[in-house]
Ligand binder design. Structure first.
Ligand SMILES: Nc1ncnc2c1ncn2[C@@H]1O[C@H](COP(=O)(O)OP(=O)(O)OP(=O)(O)O)[C@@H](O)[C@H]1O
Length: 380
């Protein structure tokens, strides 16, 4: 797929900016805080409906405006699509494809696919488990848009169940006397348990499936970049251990663990069982990657994961996704830079932000469209 045009109106620090992409690679160059990452963020939003920098639409709207818009033309193998996202300081965003406003936001997903790689991605290795869950979930949403709905439902169930557990904790008081809790609360809890098990099983099985496909790709890239001297393991460590191929078995295992942790949940007033507590272990030579001092090893790992994502999305969608490289190229040593550039070649349309172009390979630079970003303006 190919992003032909991008039009930003009252988005972040842009007032009204149109960009026409004229090469397979575009380099956005400029000083800090000029709007380079903002432009990539707009593309990320179209692809995933999420920004990795904020969860509030009002941050995305230009400070002096009430609403902002991102429009894009995407050429796909079966024709081109006009996409529009209207963001509001207050109120819900509106999404449209070919001028038609979508009732379900889910239907927007899949129109544009992109993999983003920024320095924040090192948190994949170093950060808390939720970074890895978010990363995996974001990938799942792109290859299986219905997952956005499945996850949203699961999160809703956990939230409501937590509210009920809090109220039960309050009724139990310090004495922990179960008879002080209204009967209806226990009945309700049993219903939420069943819903958590049903939703949780859907989430876990999909996470497991996508990892099974991603892992061999990531290992291959890791071998290529690292010269095959170290072995990468990516291990799904779900909060509830069970045979993930058997949906009824997964549900039963979740319910069983809920039973075991009943007292803890009531004491804490929160759900402690389910895939919202999953972990994805990243290991190099059987040692947690987080424990490795070397930044280089961590970068190699993240790069391998990103390249694997690109390949997987391409395999599933049948078209190469876009690659968004936000200020990461300069951080890679020449060997890793070359590996990345080699992998991309002309296969993936790539948007790159950088403060300096002098670190780029000359051949690469001459084949790229270079745009200058300055104070919310993009010019050739
Ligand atoms: N909602 C907004 N309204 C107006 N300006 C905004 C808004 N959100 C962010 N900005 C501005 O956008 C600029 C940051 O742009 P961006 O994050 O794209 O930087 P960058 O060019 O990628 O720089 P760096 O190299 O530091 O990453 C800042 O000047 C910030 O004040």
């Amino acid at each position: 797929m190919y992003l032909e045009t991008l039009h930003l109106r009252s988005f972040r620090n842009y007032t009204d900016q149109r960009v026409t992409f004229s090469a397979q690679k575009t380099i956005l160059v400029g000083n800090n805080a000029q709007g380079k990452s903002n432009a990539l963020e707009a593309v990320e939003l179209l692809a995933t409906l999420k920004s990795h920098r904020t969860s509030r639409d009002r941050d995305l709207v230009r400070r002096d405006a009430e609403s902002g818009q991102i429009r894009a033309t995407v050429a796909r193998s079966n024709g081109s699509l006009e996409l529009a996202m209207t963001l509001r300081g207050k109120g819900r965003r509106t999404l449209a494809i070919e001028g038609e406003v979508l009732r379900r936001h889910l239907d927007f997903l899949g129109a544009l696919n992109a993999v983003e790689f920024s320095s924040l991605d090192l948190d994949l290795v170093r950060g808390a488990p939720e970074y890895r869950r978010h990363w995996l979930d974001a990938l799942l949403v792109q290859i299986e848009p219905i997952y956005a709905y499945i996850l949203q439902e699961y999160v809703r169930v956990v939230r409501q169940r937590n509210a009920l557990l809090k109220s039960i904790r309050k009724s139990l008081g310090d004495g922990g006397d179960a008879t002080t809790v209204p009967r209806s609360d226990w009945d309700q809890l049993a219903l939420w348990d069943a819903q958590l098990a049903a939703g949780g099983s859907r989430v876990m099985r999909r996470r497991d499936r996508v990892l099974q496909r991603l892992i061999p790709l990531a290992q291959r890239w890791h071998d290529r970049i690292g010269g095959g001297t170290e072995h990468l393991s990516v291990i799904y460590a779900p909060n509830v251990e069970c045979d993930r191929d058997d949906p009824a078995g997964v549900r039963a295992a979740i319910l069983e663990k809920i039973k075991e942790r009943r007292l803890a949940e009531q004491h804490l007033g929160t759900s402690v069982v389910g895939p919202h507590r999953d972990e994805i272990d990243l290991q190099i030579d059987d040692t947690p990657a987080r424990a490795y001092g070397s930044q280089g090893q961590q970068r190699t790992l993240v790069l391998a994961l990103k390249l694997a994502e690109l390949e997987l999305i391409e395999a599933v969608i049948g078209e190469p996704p876009l690659l968004l490289l936000d200020d990461v190229l300069a951080e890679l040593d020449p060997m890793r830079q070359n590996q990345l550039l080699d992998a991309i070649q002309d296969r993936f349309q790539t948007l790159i932000t950088t403060t300096h172009v002098d670190t780029f390979d000359a051949q690469w630079l001459s084949a790229s469209q270079v745009l200058v970003v300055e104070a919310g303006r993009i010019s050739p």
